[in-house]
Design a binder for this molecule. Structure first.
Ligand SMILES: CC(C)(COP(=O)(O)OP(=O)(O)OC[C@H]1O[C@@H](n2cnc3c(N)ncnc32)[C@H](O)[C@@H]1OP(=O)(O)O)[C@@H](O)C(=O)NCCC(=O)NCCS
Length: 159
């Protein structure tokens, strides 16, 4: 894959390796306060090892200030087609950056890298979902040019 060096030249984006998984699990646990190692192991099997032309589990590494790190954050997404009547598009469903390394362009580099993968795979649109009260991801995605799309999510409590 092409490395995303346009946003922050000190940040490189690469495919996930098995050695990254403990870092992914630790970061997600710290951020969400919910430990879910089994979930992440399953995600790694499905998105880190299979169908790499349409599934992307990417890791940022590099340097922020004086500190170099082989793991700074991750993004995961895939190309999905014809669900809900939608033509093929890229979905981003997970993105997280180490809290101490935020606001240095790492999130942007990850989104740029997965956008490049989506374009290479032939799609011209990218989507994600953000909880209404989640201001930080909303600020981030809006700053990256993402806007409300044409679909409305519906749900109800199941008794
Ligand atoms: C959202 C997140 C991935 C952003 O990562 P990041 O590396 O800090 O983002 P960047 O440095 O690339 O920021 C890009 C732009 O996003 C916006 N942004 C990011 N963090 C922001 C903040 N705390 N306040 C305001 N704007 C912010 C800014 O416009 C920023 O550009 P600028 O620095 O030139 O002003 C990171 O904050 C994070 O991991 N949050 C927790 C997990 C999460 O919310 N994940 C997304 C949903 S799955």
């Amino acid at each position: 894959m092409q490395e995303a060096v346009t946003v922050n030249p000190a940040v490189r984006v690469r495919r996930v390796k098995a050695a990254d998984l403990p870092h992914v699990i630790a970061l997600d646990t710290r951020v969400t306060k919910i430990a879910k190692a089994e979930y992440w192991n399953g995600i790694f099997s499905r998105y880190g090892k299979q169908r790499s032309d349409e599934r992307f589990f990417l890791i940022a590494e590099g340097r922020v200030g004086q500190s170099a790190a082989s793991f700074m954050g991750f993004i995961i997404g895939e190309i999905r087609a014809w669900e809900f009547g939608s033509s093929p598009c890229g979905w981003v469903f997970a993105l997280s950056v180490e809290p101490k390394m935020r606001l240095h362009g790492i999130g942007s580099a990850l989104l740029e890298a997965i956008s490049a993968e989506f374009r290479k795979a032939g799609v011209s649109k990218m989507r994600t979902m953000v909880a209404r009260e989640a201001h930080l991801p909303m600020l981030f995605f809006r700053s990256e040019g993402m806007m409300a799309g044409p679909y409305i999510q519906l749900e109800k409590e199941l008794d």
